[in-house]
Design a protein around this ligand. Structure first.
Ligand SMILES: *Cc1c(COP(=O)(O)O)cnc(C)c1O
Length: 428
């Protein structure tokens, strides 16, 4: 146990000495909102508690990895049972088969998955398969979509990359991104037969929330088919959250390759990429596309993931979506009553928040989202929320992750805090 005798500042100072920027992932730093991050010692359901003993209603939820909320008793029990049997072997285990079955059974058209340890790995590997299978090189991604930090995809990324104001990353060679083409979200690009794949977040959730316009995904599917490119859905956020069958079922558009992460690990490091048996016949050991991982499909992670999937049904996600819809509307009115304008776009359980001083429509692409992020209102709102016990993500390009553990009590607390925070932001 960590003793609660110290401060967030003291922990962060210690962190700064031995961890670059004090964080193991840049989105956790308060770089874009200012101030000192709270250091978390524990979480339970919708709440996290920091080293000073302050408890917050948590809308970070590990950026969406905790769909059931923190420390769900069934997940904790599954982990305890799995840990006692040994945590990694380098040989096939029943756990990985169970998780792969759970995933493929739930997602229409998905025949096989390979488990990895992060969303980054899942997308990186899916892209390699797409290139290997089509024997083509170029890939198209959309401006402001984040697909992990592999070299080829660190161009015009959202989330932390955008928060830090980086167009892309130093250390990535021009060669590594030469075959990556970037296009604006919500506009169907014209492809040709040099494209191996189009990679898309079916709902863009790393440039705040940008809703795909009706038919965007269906038209992308048709354009890929026209030139023989593969369509890759990065469902790291949408998978098992929009619906049990993910965005593919929610929008009724079937991709060629799927990428998962976050939810399917139940809070442990897991990713997965999936496809048909035909496309995956190109993957080693059957085919020439190499991909591997020492800890891939490890028993702890698969036990947690399988438990989460077994506990979440479409009805739960639909109920959550309805609760988020009414919360989004209430949050918007609360903020507007306090004298600011707000947009709270939502799709199923996914929800964004845009603050502005003038009335404005919800963004449809990264350029429009950036206008809101740059108006500076979010930082003031964020800190005032934190002061009132509500933890939002420390950056204007993130979304609200509402877990299945969030209920009316938490929403009411959040709305009370938001009334205060909107006034503070307005005056800032
Ligand atoms: C978080 C995220 C990733 C990367 O997953 P990691 O587990 O952080 O590597 C990829 N794609 C999307 C859409 C994400 O939100």
């Amino acid at each position: 146990m960590v003793e609660l005798t110290t401060t967030n500042r003291a922990w962060f100072d210690r962190a700064l000495r031995v961890i670059p920027g004090g964080v193991d992932s840049p989105v956790r730093s308060f770089r874009s909102v200012g101030g000192t991050p709270y250091t978390v010692v524990s979480g339970e359901g919708a709440y996290v508690t920091d080293v000073e003993g302050t408890t917050y209603v948590d809308y970070v939820q590990s950026y969406g990895a905790s769909l059931l909320g923190h420390a769900h008793p069934d997940v904790v029990a599954a982990l305890r049972d799995a840990a006692a049997l040994g945590t990694t072997f380098g040989a096939p285990t029943p756990g990985e088969v169970l998780l792969a079955e759970a995933i493929t059974e739930r997602v229409q058209g998905l025949e096989q998955v390979r488990l990895v340890s992060s969303g980054t790995e899942a997308v990186m590997s899916a892209l390699r398969v797409a290139r290997g299978y089509t024997k083509r090189q170029r890939v198209l991604k959309f401006d402001g979509c984040y697909h992990g930090h592999s070299d080829a995809l660190l161009v015009a990324g959202g989330s932390g990359v955008a928060q830090l104001g980086l167009p892309d990353s130093a250390g990535v060679t021009p060669g590594a991104i030469a075959d990556t083409v970037v296009a604006p979200y919500n506009v169907v690009p014209t492809l040709d037969d040099s494209f191996a794949a189009v990679l898309v977040e079916p709902v863009a959730a790393n440039m705040n929330l940008v809703v795909p316009r009706a038919q965007f995904l269906a038209e992308l599917r048709a354009e890929c088919d026209r030139v023989g490119a593969l369509l890759i859905f990065d469902e790291v956020i949408t998978g098992f959250r929009l619906a049990v069958g993910g965005a593919a079922s929610y929008f009724d558009v079937t991709p060629d390759l799927w990428c998962f992460g976050k939810v399917i690990g139940g809070g442990l490091p897991v990713g997965a990429f999936g496809s048909t048996r035909e496309i995956f016949s190109s993957l080693a050991p059957q085919g020439p596309v190499y991909q591997a991982g020492t800890l891939s499909g490890n028993p702890l992670a698969t036990a947690a993931g399988t438990t989460v999937l077994s506990l979440v049904a479409d009805a739960d996600l639909a109920t959550l979506g309805a609760r988020v819809a009414s919360f989004a509307n209430a949050l918007r009115s609360t903020i507007e009553e306090a004298g600011l304008f707000a947009q709270t776009p939502h799709v199923g359980p996914l929800m964004g928040l845009y603050l502005s001083r003038e009335a404005s429509d919800a963004p449809t692409n990264f350029g429009e989202s950036k206008i809101f992020a740059d108006n500076g209102l979010y930082a003031a709102f964020f800190h005032a929320m934190l002061e009132r016990g509500v933890a939002l993500a420390p950056g204007a390009y993130e979304i609200f992750f509402v877990s299945l553990a969030h209920g009316e009590l938490e929403f009411e607390r959040t709305l009370d805090a938001a009334a205060y925070a909107a006034r503070r932001a307005r005056e800032a």
